[in-house]
Design a protein around this ligand. Structure first.
Ligand code: UTP
Length: 288
């Protein structure tokens, strides 16, 4: 079945980025000159997603505004003949159809996804965690969608992490498909295990393609780690009863919800703009 919809949970409080995120949603912090959420929406559109459901909370209205038309600004740029800039602000409004649903209390990522249930309906859908920016030759979500369309099984993106970092991720283990080394059938999924308890070093990163059956498991998930309703716990139940795939994606992931990861993401995307990259290199030379 074709995947047309994606859910983007963006109702978290972004405590790792305080004080910046006290009054600015972290999804609006720029990577070079685009809010990071725009990179997510661009990846979704490039993957073939047609409708994006944003889960928002208090103080997140700017995200929706960014993808709305701005007639006064558009007219002013047009009058000034600034057509390239005009294109830059109009293009994001046309990438996907966007709707938003509120999560009234931040009860956890699993709960945020459950809030999108009515808008998703009874069809498979993608999930993008907006902190995770992935620079990939083929969009990361598209890689997962290809696998879903082949196997009909829910799938999560996986990457290898150093053992001392397992406590920052959901960690998966299982068996590797003998015909495709990137594909794994997941048997165990644990939320943020210590390095001693981690069943492997394969971490789940923020791209998923899920069967609508996941809502059933989310509904029955009780608060887990941190008192939050965890998506990992629902996926662990789904893995046990219906099977869950993992895909070791091709690409590089940046955690833009963390200050160091955010700076690295900025450098990575600045590298694609020769004028900016030259300025960065000159700066580094002067200071090293
Ligand atoms: P995080 O655990 O990274 O939380 O959420 P956070 O609040 O965004 O950031 P920190 O850790 O406090 O700095 C993972 C994803 O789940 C969403 C977040 O917006 C983020 O995209 N989320 C989390 C929700 O939408 N609702 C929640 O209740 C919790």
């Amino acid at each position: 079945m074709r995947i047309r919809k994606a859910v983007v949970p963006a109702a978290g409080m972004g405590t790792r980025f305080l004080p910046a995120t006290k009054s600015i949603p972290k999804e609006m912090l720029p990577i070079v000159n685009k809010p990071s959420i725009q990179l997510i929406v661009e990846e979704a559109a490039a993957s073939g997603i047609e409708q994006l459901i944003l889960v928002t909370g208090k103080g997140k209205t700017e995200i929706v505004d960014h993808f709305d038309a701005h007639p006064r600004l558009e007219e002013s740029l047009e009058r000034a003949g600034k057509y390239a800039l005009l294109e830059e602000i109009v293009r994001p409004t046309k990438l996907v159809k966007m709707s938003a649903v509120r999560q009234q209390r931040p009860l956890g990522l699993g709960h945020a996804i459950l809030c999108a249930r009515d808008l998703v309906g009874d069809e498979p859908f993608a999930v993008f965690l907006p902190d995770d920016l992935v620079d990939a030759p083929r969009p990361c979500a598209r890689q997962l969608m290809d696998l879903y369309e082949k196997t009909g099984q829910s799938v999560v993106a996986l990457m290898n992490v150093p053992r001392e970092e397992t406590s920052q991720y959901g960690i998966a283990s299982g068996t590797v498909n003998p015909d495709e080394a990137r594909h794994m059938l997941i048997s165990t999924l644990v939320e943020k295990p210590s390095s001693a308890e981690a069943p492997s070093t394969l971490a789940v990163v923020g791209r998923y393609v899920l069967s609508p059956r996941v809502f059933h498991y989310l509904e029955h998930t009780t608060p887990g780690k941190g008192g939050e309703i965890q998506l990992t716990d629902a996926l662990a139940a789904l893995a046990l009863r219906e099977g869950l795939g993992g895909w070791l994606f091709d690409g590089e992931r940046y955690d833009a919800g963390d200050v160091a990861g955010y700076l690295q993401a900025n450098l990575n995307w600045a590298r694609k703009v020769p004028r900016l990259w030259q300025a960065v290199q000159q700066y580094v030379q002067r200071h090293s």
